[in-house]
Design a binder for this molecule. Sequence first.
Ligand code: NAD
Ligand code: UDP
Ligand code: UDP
Length: 314
Amino acid sequence: MDRKRTLVTGGSGFIGSHLCQRLLDMGHDVLAADNFYSSDRHNVHELLPNPRFELMRHDVTFPLYVEVDEIYHLACPASPVYYQRDPVQTTKTCVHGSINMLGLAKRLGARILLTSTSEVYGDPAVHPQSESYWGNVNPIGIRSCYDEGKRAAETLFFDYHRQHGLPIKVARIFNTYGPRMQPDDGRVVSNFIVQALKGEPLTVFGDGSQTRSFCYIDDMVDGLISLMNSPREVTGPVNLGNPGEFTMIELAKQVIALTDSDSELQHLPLPADDPVRRRPDISRAREVLGWEPAVPLSEGLARTVDYFRGVLNS
Ligand code: NAD
Ligand code: UDP
Ligand code: UDP
């Protein structure tokens, strides 16, 4: 593969830091732009000595003038705790941030990939979710800044493609987990693991019968890179996720078993608009990318537990 200059927005985040690392390993030059709103700069600490890596503090809601060959546009808080903390900023990041990165891509004629989300399906009335489903999203609820923000970002990507002929790639990512999630990030996998390791109760929202499908980070990075390098006519949207589906009670029990913890379950109120079930139909990713996840939940959780053990002991 040719050596490319690659911009990763949100490059110091959970997925972004793993993506930067992989792109460097592949021999590319990587510029990470991040305002550190929902991440720790230490995520990319190990990459800093690499002369092909550059980290830049930048908020994508402002214009950015750099010269690159391709853009992975990840910048956006992904945890409900973070994206609901400043919901107006979340919508600005999704909309103004996408316009700026699309304007940059247009000036450069560069490929640009958006990390959209399964949240575009809202609380889905169709199960499992395939890309042809238009979703069931509350436009005025507490999750809307993110869900509708990402839907608007997808619209902008497809309009720049139709209006300006821009080469775009839209990935719809389902819940992804692994090392380098923030311990206080608020997402369920990191919450449960940290609680179990500390011997605290695992906070199950609602009765815990809601389902999610969890994809290990290495599989997700493979999927994003193969989508970016797919033929030009492959625009997506493409679902990327692991079709294994688990209730939050099942997840909590797996985490307790893996950590050998004596933590109990503590039921807390279910947040508003929390989707009841979610599982990706990944037929399109299999067909157009030849991609499917390889790491089962038990194995990915074990690796993530090892990581958090290290973090909590340091
Ligand atoms: P994350 O919060 O760890 O990373 C997002 C990064 O974007 C952070 O480093 C944050 O500081 C940065 N950021 C936020 N607003 C910014 C702004 N205005 N300007 C510049 N940087 C900004 O989350 P993540 O899990 O790594 O998610 C990465 C992308 O993947 C996001 O676009 C998210 O919507 C998408 N996604 C993630 C998941 C998942 O389960 N992890 C699921 C669906 C979609
Ligand atoms: N933009 C940017 N970097 C560039 C080119 C454009 O950040 O290299 C931003 C610029 O701020 C602009 C936005 O992208 O507002 C959209 O650009 P586009 O060319 O699509 O629209 P216009 O400039 O006509 O508003
Ligand atoms: N959840 C939970 N306990 C927690 C955090 C989350 O039971 O401490 C639930 C949450 O209500 C949701 C699921 O786990 O049903 C996944 O939540 P997360 O915030 O990880 O992602 P999202 O809701 O965006 O899929």
